[in-house]
Design a protein around this ligand. Sequence first.
Ligand code: NAD
Length: 329
Amino acid sequence: MRIAFYTTKPYDRFWFEPLGEDYGIDIHFLDASCDEETIVLAKDHDAICIFVNDYINESMIEKLSEYKIKGILLRSAGFNHVDIQAAAKHQIPVLRVPSYSPAAVAEHGLALLMSVNRYTHRAYNRTRDFNMSINGLMGTNLHHKTAGIIGTGKIGQAMIRMLKGFEMRILAYDLFPNSDLDVEYVSLDELYKKSDVISLHCPLTKETKYIIDEDAIGKMKKGVYLINTSRGALIDTNALVEGLLKEKFGGVGLDVYEEEEGLFFEDKSNEIMKDEVLARLMTFPNVLITSHMGFFTEEAMQAITIETLENAYALKNGGELENAVTIKS
Ligand code: NAD
């Protein structure tokens, strides 16, 4: 089993190199991201392994089929970056890591919330310059406030458990409400209207693209905190900027951005930032952006590595493909 491993970062090598050997899997680490130009690098491999900002469209699937690729291994839970229908048509299984550490992502979401809520991101810069003034840094309590959780799957539930520690009231919205959860499922409109904090934990699908648009923002409380650790395109970023300009938001914490491909995970500090929307977002004192790192803990990286290699091992041995993405999922 020889794998073309796209978009290799030092931390990928650190985890995958030794464990790949243990599984008897030959990993060919590539610096290149996966796109229409680089898909040719998949030739002479049995499978490819990609990350969240690599994408696979129908014409690339056709090439993979020509190259007799046996499977696409995702180092992620989300799979919106792969044309699943095309993969099914060509009988190329797409295997993901459905649950590596919901706590890792939820804890990062909470870190974003607690930073924008108390301006710790700004206080850090001030005190390093021995500016000990606290003017302009007054926050708000989370205690007894109302949180609206969109998507009550694994990560949403981990977030709910933590927010309950603040004795917050939890409103929730999900296509498939979970009756085992001690939350109040409400309509999206009600969630927007009543929540002091809104945290996004649903996948990016045709239905959820721009679920937070101008209309949704218009329905939210003034001073609301919006946290997105799911996928950037859940939010219409232009509408978000408008909302920020109208001082609608108490704070916004984003771990993902709709145009993050080619930007996030890369060091662009010596370049002129061409993305004007991202540049604008960075200017708001109540916006904190991290570079898609919710997953990035030791525990999660270890779990991602093991599960991806288990998926590769099942492909190699013709075992049951438990983590195959189906059109329904
Ligand atoms: P999950 O599948 O356990 O839960 C997703 C929930 O969203 C489910 O309950 C589902 O019913 C619900 N849902 C689906 N469509 C919906 C809709 N139209 N409206 C409302 N709810 C809907 O997934 P998870 O493990 O909790 O992950 C959630 C998302 O987090 C992933 O899709 C991924 O995009 C993102 N993620 C981000 C990072 C990161 O590093 N920032 C890491 C892992 C996952």
